[in-house]
Ligand binder design. Sequence first.
Ligand code: HEM
Length: 250
Amino acid sequence: MRSKLVSIIQARLDSKERCGYGNDLLGLMLEACHKPEGQILSRDAIVDECKTFFFAGQETTAQFVTWTMFLLSTNQNWQEKLREEVQRECGMQTPDADMLSKLKLVTMVLLETLRLYGPIDVLRRKAGKDMTLGKINIPKDTEIVMPITLTHRNKEIWGPDADEFNPLRFEHGVTKAATHPTALLAFAVGPRACIGQNFAMLEAKTVITMILQRFSFSLSSEYKHAPRRSITVQPQYGLPIVLKPLRAGT
Ligand code: HEM
């Protein structure tokens, strides 16, 4: 991966005179490094940043779409509702930002997927100094693990149906869905919250919309329900799905 990234960076440097460093994150980092103020990021640091974005952004979003497909397969009524919304707002067109912003039910299902099967299920922190959190004293260097999935299924926070798939809980927005406005921790909160969360939502919305436009789907009888954490939360034996094209030639 490193050599691939180094060759991409070199190609950008070589084509700078012709077309600049490029209009993306890598382009911005290269631009920043070649400002007269001096070099801010080394070549190695740029490679590391690219890796972070790739690993933080690729597998998480892939599992997000996977679990959404699982929940829509096991809740056919919601699959139908979403298809109706997609057909109304997008027809058969490739969804653009305007159309995506109108897909309220799709957003609610995506948030409910993040609650029940968020790809990241624990947050870890280490206390940099002695501190007190509420009534708890935390000595320096203590490792703190926050179990996201457990809090996402806590009935005191989410109500008696916390274990059930109920996208309607997000009908009035994410801050109103539980007893606490930041109860949904799938992207974490605060200064180190996921920097790619809006992008991930857009990606997932686009993919799910385009699948709903073309296929109906259900779980294959071979599916075994066994979520497992392997950095991200994944269906241990994969997610075999039966896809049916909605129109000939899809
Ligand atoms: C559904 C998809 C995603 C989920 C569930 C997710 C979740 C998270 C979580 C929980 C964190 C905080 C980790 C911690 O503080 O311990 C995080 C951080 C981060 N995420 Fe995501 N993420 C997703 C997609 C993405 C995408 C698409 C990108 C990039 C394009 C991305 C880039 C990052 C980066 C760079 C950080 C570190 C931010 C920092 O430390 O300041 N993530 N993500």
